[in-house]
Design a protein. Structure first.
Length: 163
């Protein structure tokens, strides 16, 4: 692991940008499309480097703990990593993660969001709130947080960002 700061070196998307639509397999090998999730409401899209690692387990564990709070605000939490769907399924079962986990095995989605971390060939740690529903702002990023790999997002910050 390099000694440099473990922050994605790409140019991450930010507030006001349109989120690119995508389809990825989840941990159960079912295709999940962002635009279909947005039909149901806001989406919290949280990129993480790797399953079975301490910060990732803590972060997704907190999302699981607060799932009802996100749902009460009409938001769906989705995790994205470059792991295989098999690894994500095993991790979800092991850590009792109650969230949709998407396998970006070709790194196309993390690159599209500007959060690919090339030194480790993983997704960087970043969370986006994407506006759902039917209005003109549908698909627009309303909150973005890109951080070092060692730093988990604070759910209170994410919840406060959901309108």
């Amino acid at each position: 692991m390099p000694n440099a700061h473990l922050t994605p070196r790409d140019n991450p998307l930010t507030e006001g940008d349109r989120a690119p639509d995508f389809t990825l397999p989840n941990q159960n090998r079912e295709d999940v499309t962002l635009s279909r999730l947005l039909d149901q409401g806001d989406v919290v899209l949280s990129f993480f480097p790797m399953a079975f690692t301490s910060v990732c387990s803590t972060e997704m564990g907190c999302f699981t703990r607060d799932k009802a709070r996100f749902e009460a605000k009409g938001a769906t939490v989705v995790g994205v990593s470059c792991d295989s769907f098999a690894a994500l399924k095993a991790w979800a079962e092991h850590d009792k993660i109650d969230a949709t986990l998407l396998a970006d095995m070709h790194r196309q989605v993390c690159r599209a969001f500007g959060v690919y971390f090339a030194p480790l060939n993983v997704a960087g740690r970043a969370t986006f709130v994407i506006k759902g529903g039917r209005g003109a702002d549908r698909g627009r990023i309303t909150w973005a947080n890109s951080r070092e790999l060692k730093d988990a997002v604070k759910n209170e910050d994410v919840l406060a960002a959901i309108s």
